[in-house]
Design a protein around this ligand. Structure first.
Ligand code: ASP
Length: 343
């Protein structure tokens, strides 16, 4: 008889475990024992479940690179002891955490499933109970003795997505995440239907955890009527190493001379500029329109169909390795963890 699967639940915080503060009436993170109390069935679950919690648990707006380093260290320390990991996390920044972890956990060969909820688990109508139970089942799932999903994923409202392809698009609906540029890895109804051919399998079963990140980057989102002083201030930030430039449509930007000159100067000062689209689906195609041709000419890089969340965390990860600008530029168009579609 196969032995029971063992899963580690890591509770970071988020709505799933929140209660209403008596003082202010707003939702605040609650401790983990109370969270499990609301799913007594878990005690009879056919897996060995252990748990640990961030102290204190946080609203995911307070998640930062230190938290990602902490999660990576927890997974590294417990990697051999468990078949899989479920991370309970607020949905607000879950796509960033999932993206960051995908880069930080190189050669991952076990499931790391992030989930949370839109309603606290103590409420009768909560989506948290179902999200957590299915996430556990996915983290346990094996085929021919191997984990079915050895990836960092987000499970939310019947959909399992590759984490670094996701974006939180709805603050109210239980269906809070989309993955416009990559199909779901599994869809959940009466059965869990895995899209096996879409799931990445590690080439080497030897986890390499990375715990160095560099956040000397900025996100510059374009809008009509942008002010030169603001652009100058961002591009001249001391120590800045890279910019994620959120452009219009398929990678287009204003052609005003002052704007192009600002970007050109930044590139000459060794700043990497990565062009991602503000659209939630589709891809940057530099040179498709005249309005992106100039960007291409001055050395702005095209991010293809990468999300902003994955672009930001990929840059933090690459810069954390203290790579030269040329090496970073070489790695950005390459899919390191399935975060973009290569041409
Ligand atoms: N503000 C909460 C958080 O991200 C929202 C949620 O959990 O869905 O922590």
């Amino acid at each position: 008889m196969a032995s029971k699967a063992s899963i580690l639940i890591i509770y970071t915080g988020g709505t799933i475990g929140m209660i209403k503060s008596e003082e202010t009436g707003s939702l605040v993170p609650f401790n983990f024992e109370n969270l499990l109390k609301y799913i007594p069935l878990l005690k009879n679950y056919d897996a060995e479940i252990s748990s640990l919690s961030f102290e204190p648990p946080v609203d995911s707006s307070n998640i930062n690179p230190e938290a990602w380093i902490q999660l990576t260290a927890i997974i590294e320390e417990n990697y051999d002891k468990y078949d899989g990991f479920v991370i309970l996390h607020g949905s607000d920044t879950m796509a960033y955490t999932a993206s960051a972890l995908s880069f930080m956990l190189e050669n991952l060969s076990k499931p790391v499933i992030l989930t949370g909820s839109q309603l606290p688990i103590g409420l009768l109508r909560t989506d948290g109970r179902e999200n957590l139970i299915v996430a556990l089942e996915i983290a346990c799932a094996k085929k021919d003795g191997k984990p079915i999903v050895p990836e960092v994923c987000i499970y939310f409202e019947n959909m399992l997505f590759r984490g670094n392809r996701t974006h939180k698009f709805n603050a109210e609906n239980f269906k809070a995440f989309i993955s416009s540029n990559y199909p779901p890895l599994a869809e959940v109804g009466v059965h869990i239907k895995y899209n096996h051919q879409l799931i990445r399998q590690p080439q080497i079963n030897f986890l390499i955890p990375h715990t160095k990140l560099n956040n000397n980057i900025a996100l510059l989102k374009l809008y009509p009527g942008m002010n030169k002083k603001v652009v100058d201030a961002i591009l001249n930030t001391e120590g800045l190493k890279a910019i994620v430039l959120e452009t219009f449509g398929s990678g287009n930007a204003p052609t005003d001379k002052w704007f192009i000159d600002c970007l050109k100067n930044a590139i000459q000062n060794d700043i990497v500029i990565l062009n991602v689209t503000q659209c939630k689906g589709g891809s940057v195609e530099l040179g498709k329109y005249e309005t992106s041709e100039l960007l291409k000419e001055i050395g702005v890089l095209g991010g293809g169909d990468i999300t902003t969340e994955a672009a930001i965390t990929k840059l933090m990860y690459l810069l954390g390795h203290e790579l030269k600008k040329k090496e970073i530029e070489k790695l950005l168009p390459i899919s390191l963890r399935g975060e973009l579609s290569e041409e």
